[in-house]
Design a protein around this ligand. Structure first.
Ligand SMILES: Nc1ncnc2c1ncn2[C@@H]1O[C@H](COP(=O)(O)OP(=O)(O)OP(=O)(O)O)[C@@H](O)[C@H]1O
Length: 616
């Protein structure tokens, strides 16, 4: 128990130190200004209380000979400060918030980029943490610095009031301070509880966000409307919101009860102080000045301690959120990294899958159960198999998005795990089955394959020509600069209805091909269902240019249209997690195995359709 407390205090201190360091690096001037103003603001109430006492004592004890003007002027200055400092302070705090937020966001996404694999992104717990870290990166680090500073400032205020109170009545001072202890403890406990609730509600809020995102999404709008799924999704979204609301309401009720008890305690202490001080004043033990100072200090200590407790609680809550941000920013690599990664030379001999076993996690079934195959350099290898056989999984392993659980993949004899992963990917180009549609211009959509191409229109156009999409793109209202989306408009052309267009599925497929083609260095070309959305003429055209384009490169092509793989050097059939058969088209047909069955079934289907057309 003690160790847990020590640990959480240690991690809170570490988080606090890092947040302060981040703020100091992001905006040193704003931090200094904000800190000085916070301290200045902290002593204003005590100064006002003492000046008021001096003034009143001066008047009531007949010491009017002493010129009251300096005290009056000082009171005016203090009032001026009390009015102006909060605005200045808010200005510096906003500056600090903006600069720290920018820095934190940069660091968060740089850390996210450092995760080279996909597995971490597929963990729900990581997604929850990332969501909290995104919130924290936006505001938490800077508001945590404000909260920490406000803890310091309020401590200064409270201490100065406590010292003042000590002068007037030590007993009352002890009483007031003791009464504040439960307030501080309760506020901190409530803040911890709130942070735990936020973490616990992570999955619920992420699901709510998912449903609301779907309801507002352009991509999902078609299906949702056709299938009338709107009310169903709205119901699910509201169910998640109600769950979150119920948890928060329970939390609020607990807090309300506790706050009520604390308010009673505070009222008791203030009442006692009032009775005591008025009696003392009547008995002539306290002057009018003393009385006002005493009442001001009791209120000051109490109010100060309550706001200290609130600042501590807020800082504590922010610290916990910031902890999620730190956990992401300081997370180790998701894929084991070689201490001395081997540079990736041009592929000369080939890629070997050696007894590769893979499952997505220990809770999942094995997808690959000992796949062994060799992809010779310069060859075209077709991957065939039923849905879910593991074809896409195999190529994802080749890109090292995951590591095999057992066995190895060797690039010219070197295990992929020993290679520099970024260099490896620099040698691979790919069209994934679930390629992205970016809501950006045509140029950007293609140049994503090699960001340097964004500055080289000729390169982008060449890739588009090879993919057979150039003519369509130049015909767009703004050619390659046209946005392939209607979600955004080109800056400065908000009134122009022509700024964005939507492409057809087959056109998008060709844009994705162009994105793969724009890569200058490509030893290995991965094409996962590259002609899925193409019409027969486009498929023929694209196949021809692909053959030309691929010549010399090693290609791994996944396709359910077996006809497109007829001329592959090697066709590999995956089944039951292993290589069921392999060979060229003729050999596999002659063998009469699963490939022959798949091919003949498909060919029969086409023949029947042709027959039906002719008979019609
Ligand atoms: N990220 C993932 N996490 C967990 N399971 C996954 C993941 N991706 C794929 N799978 C599972 O792995 C199996 C193989 O999927 P894969 O996409 O490799 O098959 P495929 O042969 O390419 O199928 P298809 O021909 O339908 O495209 C499937 O059962 C799928 O549900």
């Amino acid at each position: 128990m003690q160790t847990n407390v020590d640990q959480s205090v240690r991690s809170a201190l570490r988080a606090g130190r890092l947040a302060l360091r981040q703020a100091a690096q992001a905006a040193p001037g704003a931090l200094t200004g904000y800190a000085l103003l916070a301290l200045g603001q902290a002593v204003v109430p005590v100064a006002a209380a003492w000046l008021t006492k001096l003034l009143l004592d001066g008047i009531t004890t007949g010491r009017a000979r002493v010129d009251p003007m300096p005290v009056v002027v000082a009171l005016v200055v203090v009032g001026l400060l009390a009015g102006a400092v909060p605005h200045l302070s808010a200005y510096f705090r906003d500056q600090l918030e903006r600069a720290t937020g920018l820095r934190a966001q940069d660091q968060l996404y740089a850390a996210v980029e450092r995760f080279k694999g996909l597995a971490r992104f597929e963990e729900p717990e990581f997604q929850d943490r990332l969501r909290l870290a995104q919130t924290a990166a936006g505001v938490t680090s800077s508001s945590m610095v404000s909260d920490l500073l406000s803890v310091v400032a309020t401590t200064v205020t409270v201490l100065s009031f406590v010292l003042s109170l000590l002068v007037v009545s030590p007993v009352m001072c002890v009483l007031v301070v003791l009464a504040a202890v439960p307030v501080v403890l309760a506020e901190v406990a409530m803040a911890r509880r709130r942070a735990r609730t936020t973490w616990g509600l992570g999955p619920v809020e992420r699901r709510e966000f998912f449903y609301s995102g779907l309801l507002a999404s352009v991509q999902a709008a078609k299906e949702i409307r056709l299938f009338g799924a709107g009310p169903f999704l709205r119901g699910r979204m509201l169910r998640e919101r109600r769950t979150a609301n119920a948890v928060r309401r329970r939390q609020d009720v607990i807090e309300l009860r506790l706050q009520g008890l604390l308010a009673l305690l505070a009222a008791g202490v203030t009442g006692a102080a009032l009775v005591w001080s008025v009696r003392q004043a009547y008995a002539g033990q306290l002057s009018v000045g003393d009385l006002t100072l005493f009442l001001a200090t009791v209120a000051g200590v109490q109010g100060g301690l309550v706001s200290l407790a609130l600042s501590l609680a807020r800082a504590n809550e922010q610290l916990i959120l910031f902890g999620h941000y730190l956990a992401v920013v300081t997370a180790g690599p998701d894929l084991p990294e070689s201490a001395a990664p081997v540079p990736v030379p041009r592929l000369r001999h080939g890629i070997e899958f050696r007894d590769v076993w893979f499952r997505y996690s220990e809770d999942h079934d094995w997808i690959l159960r000992g796949v062994s195959l060799f992809v010779p350099a310069g060859a075209t290898v077709g991957l065939v198999g039923r849905n879910g056989a593991g074809k896409s999984t195999l190529v994802k392993l080749l890109c090292r998005f995951y590591d095999p659980v057992r066995g190895a993949i060797l690039w010219d004899g070197v295990d992929l795990r020993h290679l520099d992963v970024q260099e490896l990917r620099g040698r691979i180009s790919s069209v994934f089955q679930d390629f992205m549609h970016y809501d950006l211009s045509a140029t950007d959509n293609i140049a994503f394959g090699d960001v340097r191409a964004a500055e080289d229109p000729a390169l982008v156009r060449r890739a588009a020509s090879t993919a057979g999409i150039h003519d369509d793109l130049v015909a767009l209202p703004r050619g390659y600069d046209t946005l392939l989306t209607r979600l955004f408009k080109i800056e400065g052309e908000r009134d122009d209805p022509d700024t964005g267009v939507l492409l057809s599925g087959g056109q998008w497929q060709r844009v994705a091909l162009a994105r793969a083609f724009v890569r200058q260095v490509r030893d290995v070309m991965i094409l996962d269902e590259p002609s899925a959305g193409l019409d027969p003429l486009a498929e023929h055209e694209v196949s021809r240019s692909l053959r030309r384009y691929r010549s010399g490169a090693t290609s791994v092509v996944i396709s359910h249209r077996l006809n497109t793989l007829r001329d592959a050097d090697l066709i590999v059939v995956l089944g039951d997690g292993v290589v069921a058969e392999s060979g060229d088209h003729e050999t596999l047909l002659a063998r009469g195995g699963s490939y022959a069955e798949l091919f003949r079934t498909q060919a029969r289907g086409y023949a029947e359709e042709r027959g039906a057309v002719q008979a019609g």
